[in-house]
Design a protein around this ligand. Structure first.
Ligand code: PLP
Length: 365
């Protein structure tokens, strides 16, 4: 059996470091807002190159808190790509605003900047580009449109820890960015976790207040109605250990991707991820497009090779968004893509013999 990811294998490699970090955290006894949290916040801000980092409960909360801090809510619209994990759009709904879907680019699966302008109305307040599958969105073009219409850009970096655009890490291009530390992400905790990154001091403070019951540093001084969304100390302690390995792990993912590309590129049945100049892709997922997906799935299943589909339905066509009455013709590119995409195993610890087995099997198509 070849699993889709192997988190235990990752843990085995750094077991004593992780175990010690957890033990230290327990000995310290500060499970909420302990030293590990502030240590991680400064380390991660430093790694990404942002001034402020605020840990929170998960990546969805991070998006929601950013939107709230920007005073986006009832009556506002936010443009999001039609292909992403539902959390990107959910966060918009959950602050009372309306997500407006934009088409994606077939070549890299990120939001198509050419489709954004037509979606802008008087109500539009922000755009949330998603660096989907680990591939940076086309930020220059997106920022230009946002500047022209005075819209906020909030980056969804949940799948792109360490990805770069023109030599700069994603998460520093918009007013703020949201990261997720869901266990299987490129940087994952042992449970839920998330972070907000920004260079804007006011936004950082407001987000910190919102995520901590409306109080900043002083206890019982609730200056606004907030909520509870914090990163646990134990999760932060684990992330502190793992952050040191992120670059090495991302490099290994890139090597796996290069291996797949070199073995599969001559078969015209597969459309493989594109290597784009000025972008450092971190391959959270390795997504292949294949017209005969059903047959490919049978071949993979035959050898117990795990696979996934990210995502089987674009957001406009989910029951959750049925109320918008979108038709396939509204999003022709994403509609055709979701019938063909399949994600094959990619993780830093996967072995060459496993990769060869996967490719051998795929090439039987
Ligand atoms: C994982 C993910 C999120 C949300 O993260 P959680 O931590 O699970 O809430 C948001 N957006 C994208 C694109 C994701 O992949």
């Amino acid at each position: 059996m070849i699993p889709f990811v192997d988190l235990y294998l990752q843990y085995s490699g750094i077991k004593s470091e992780i175990d010690n970090a957890i033990k230290e955290c327990i000995a310290e006894g500060n499970f909420i807002k302990g030293k590990a949290v502030s240590d991680f916040e400064s380390a991660f801000a430093g790694y990404i190159g942002a001034q402020y980092c605020l840990g929170c409960g998960n990546g969805t909360d991070a998006l929601e808190i950013i939107l709230k801090s920007l005073n986006i809510g009832q009556g506002d619209e936010v443009i999001v790509p039609a292909l992403t994990w539902i959390a990107t759009a959910e966060a918009v709904n959950n602050v009372g605003a309306e997500p407006v879907f934009a088409e994606i680019k077939a070549k890299n699966y990120t939001i198509d900047y050419n489709s954004i302008e037509a979606k802008i109305t008087k109500k539009t307040k922000a755009i949330i580009p998603v660096h989907l599958f680990g591939c940076p969105a086309d930020m220059n073009e997106i920022l230009e449109i946002a500047g022209k219409y005075r819209l906020f850009v909030i980056e969804d970096c949940a799948q792109a820890h360490g990805a770069e655009y023109f030599g700069r890490k994603v998460g520093t291009f918009g007013i703020a960015s949201a990261f997720s530390f869901f266990p299987s992400k490129n940087l994952g905790a042992f449970g839920d976790g998330g972070a907000i990154l920004t260079n804007n001091k006011e936004l950082a403070n407001l987000s910190r207040k919102i995520s901590n019951h409306g109080q900043l540093h002083e206890k019982h001084s609730h200056c606004m109605v907030g909520r509870n969304s914090r990163l646990d100390s134990i999760q932060a302690a684990i992330l502190n250990v793992k952050l040191k390995y992120l670059d090495e792990w991302n490099l290994k993912r890139l090597k796996v991707a290069s291996f797949y590309i070199s073995r599969l590129k001559d078969n015209n049945k597969f459309t493989l991820p594109l290597t784009e100049k000025d972008k450092k892709h971190v391959y959270h997922l390795f997504v292949v497009r294949c017209r005969d997906r059903e047959k490919l799935i049978r071949l993979l299943d035959e050898k117990n090779i795990s696979w996934g589909i990210h995502y089987p339905k674009a957001l406009p066509f989910l029951n959750a968004y049925k109320y918008k009455n979108h038709k396939a013709e509204d999003f022709t590119i994403v509609s055709s893509i979701t019938d063909e995409i399949i994600s094959i195993p990619i993780y830093p610890e996967i072995k060459t013999e496993q990769l060869n087995l996967i490719c051998d099997q795929m090439l039987k198509l």
